[in-house]
Design a protein. Structure first.
Lengths: 367, 311
């Protein structure tokens, strides 16, 4: 395990689907079955805790999809950081890199954005806005590069190093918002709020949906195309599936590929932070991210590490979180109940994978 | 001058107090990792242990609270083991799910049972038991000998763990599973049983850590009160280089860093950014990891799903 070659993606629970013949129908059936099962768990939990399950589910639906405003300003706004961070996780996992540091990379993207906003006060707004996004992505990539370097140079497990880097990013933000980046009155532990000119433009008038959603869609398409059609994407997938084979048979430079994939993954997460900062929060503070980087792991897994699937699962998780808040408000159900649903989904995917691989093994031995 | 001494003594006392739950959880994780299983779901066992301890202590007293905490931790660890040890699913992904599951479950149950506002519960807690004489020692007396009983339990568990892991057949078998599973199988060891036992032990220790948070420190349950301690425990295991005695030293370091804030306040150093001090142990862990390459490192089969030879 402590080798530069790393974890083959087929060792991961969710190997990218090798059997294309099963096709889209099977995927839809599978996803629907998972969704129904997760919903069942939610209903059971609601009943067990003595809530009115009907009213709670109605509130959940209303909060997520009940109105134009709910769809755009609650569900889709939450889906944007989840999609970007989900892409980050999916890209890394496809390369056999267990990047559990999306949370820290996201925070570094947001923190660098806030620092840049403070430093570039007088520059033209569009320039600053673009710079925040670019430098935010670069910061996320740089944060990931530390773990990538430690893995390449010293064989440090990236799971462990990225957990450390998450803590470091969190404390760095804690210090920044009480120190160099604290708002001018020096009362609250948060950065000065971003001037209107530096906000990401709103996409649809009367809603909170910002252009970050376009960025997420474009990047998902880009990553999908890149993985599928380019030599670099092929090398990344080859390394993820079997690093040793890629090196010996394909003459792939595994170290370089892993390094690049890890940094690209971090950059996507960093961008998620910068987009959230300029599109939603307009300030940096202690609990800037409600665990987007961790939920992103679930988002990526449920999408079976497929970039376009990530868009769909990000909307699903965005809807769950938006709906959960409505459920708490209108039906008195604690909103943390969605964490149970999210966890159930991950565990169901793991169990389904196990079941599928056993069925495949049986089919193979039968022939 | 005396106030300075008192501050330092108070700081040491707070460090040991803060380190106790960290050490409990990390010791369990250490054993689990030596058997080749990295459990990111430790956080889940801690928070479920905390809620279990709260409920049971309210009904049957603090002693029952500790037992219930350990049991709750084991139950969560069983789910983790079902997926990782039995199904051989990925440990990191399962652990992430277990943490999410536990935080959601405890939050839901707590708010349902005790109300949305989270009424401050009054439950029996355990106090400090000062050892006569020894606790009078200057500086370290209160830190080492005026602590709750659970801290003293560590004084016994740590050397026992170190001895068991390094000096017994069973400990050797456990380490073999974590380093060379194929060799272990050839020697007649059943890796799954060993890993199951190790994971459940880690769950019990994490549950105890959660119970300690409630019964010996906070005196009540707070949603999300595990506050990343499961992940800190993993850092502690690394910094302690996968050895029980090292783990204790590392836990004290992390506990100390977390207690610096109070020391700074007592000394009137308000302007020192304590977040940077909180970050120091993590930075140190990264440096140790980098320095540890080639010498002492993680168990060779850590995190692997198959028991075959390393690639």
């Amino acid at each position: 395990m402590l080798t530069a070659a790393g974890t083959p993606a087929d060792q991961l629970a969710i190997a990218p689907s090798a059997t294309r013949s099963s096709g889209a129908v099977a995927l839809v059936v599978r996803s629907a079955a998972l969704a129904v099962a997760a919903l069942l768990v939610l209903v059971l939990l609601l009943l067990a805790t003595g809530h009115d399950a009907g009213a709670a589910l109605a509130a959940l639906g209303r909060g997520a999809f009940g109105s134009w405003y709910a769809v755009t300003s609650a569900t889709l706004v939450r889906a944007v950081p989840l999609a970007l961070a989900g892409l980050a996780v999916a890209l890394a996992f496809r390369a056999g890199i267990l990047n559990v540091g999306a949370e820290g990379q996201l925070l570094m993207g947001a923190a660098t954005g806030a620092a840049l906003a403070a430093l570039m006060g007088t520059a033209p707004a569009p320039v600053v806005l673009v710079a925040i996004l670019v430098v935010g992505a670069a910061a996320g990539g740089a944060w990931a590069a530390i773990a990538a370097y430690l893995r390449q140079r010293f064989g440090v497990l990236e799971v462990i190093s990225t957990i450390m880097l998450n803590f470091l990013a969190q404390y760095l933000v804690g210090w920044l918002v009480r120190g160099p980046l604290q708002e001018p009155t020096r009362i609250n532990p948060q950065s000065a709020s971003l001037p209107d000119a530096l906000h990401l433009p709103v996409l649809i008038g009367g809603t909170r949906l910002h252009v970050g959603v376009l960025l997420a869609v474009a990047l998902a398409l880009g990553v999908w195309w890149w993985l599928k059609e380019t030599a670099g994407g092929f090398r990344l997938r080859a390394v993820g599936l079997n690093a040793a084979a890629a090196a010996s048979a394909g003459r792939v430079r595994v170290g370089r590929t892993v390094m690049a994939a890890f940094i690209a993954s971090g950059a996507l997460a960093g961008l998620a932070g910068a987009v959230e900062y300029t599109g939603v929060t307009y300030a940096l503070y202690d609990n800037f991210s409600p665990g987007y980087g961790f939920t992103a792991i679930a988002v990526a897994l449920l999408a079976r590490l497929h970039p376009l699937g990530v868009l769909a699962t990000a909307v699903l998780f965005g809807a769950l979180q938006a709906g959960a808040n409505a459920m708490q408000r209108d039906a008195g159900v604690p909103n943390v109940v969605v964490s149970v649903v999210e966890a159930t989904l991950i565990l169901l995917v793991l169990a389904a994978e196990r079941w599928q691989s056993r069925a495949a093994a049986r089919a193979e031995s039968a022939t | 001058m005396t106030s300075g001494l008192e501050s330092v003594s108070g700081f040491l006392e707070a460090s040991v107090r803060t380190a106790t739950p960290l050490a409990l959880a990390a010791l369990g994780e250490c054993v689990s990792e030596r058997a080749g299983v990295i459990n990111i779901g430790l956080e889940g066992s801690i928070i479920c242990g905390a809620l279990g301890a709260t409920v049971a202590a309210g009904v049957a007293g603090a002693g029952a609270g500790f037992v219930a905490g350990a049991v709750a931790g084991v139950v969560i660890a069983m789910i983790f083991a079902l997926f990782t040890v039995w199904m051989r699913a990925d440990q990191i992904i399962t652990g992430t799910a277990i943490t999410l599951l536990s935080l959601g479950l405890t939050g839901t149950l707590y708010r349902t049972v005790y109300g949305a506002g989270g009424v401050a519960l009054s439950i029996p807690t355990v106090g400090v038991v000062a050892v006569p004489g020894l606790s009078e020692l200057p500086m370290v007396g209160r830190a080492l000998f005026a602590q709750p009983l659970v801290t003293y339990a560590l004084y016994l568990i740590v050397p026992f763990c170190a001895w068991w892991l390094m000096r017994t057949q069973a400990g050797l078998a456990l380490r073999a599973v974590g380093e060379q599973p194929t060799a272990a199988i050839a020697a007649g060891i059943r890796p799954r049983r060993v890993q199951l036992a190790a994971v459940l032990f880690a769950g019990a220790m994490a549950g105890l850590a959660g119970a300690t948070l409630v019964l010996a420190q906070a005196g009540t349950f707070v949603e999300g009160m595990s506050a990343g301690r499961g992940f800190i425990a993993i850092a502690i295991v690394v910094l302690g280089r996968w050895k029980p005695l090292g783990v204790i030293a590392a836990a004290l370091l992390f506990g100390g860093a977390n207690s610096l804030q109070t020391l700074f306040q007592a000394m009137g150093w308000q302007n020192i950014p304590y977040q940077l001090f909180l970050a120091v142990p993590y930075l140190l862990t990264l440096l140790v990891l980098a320095g540890a390459s080639g010498r002492v490192a993680a168990p060779a089969a850590l995190g692997r799903r198959e028991f075959g030879d390393a690639g």
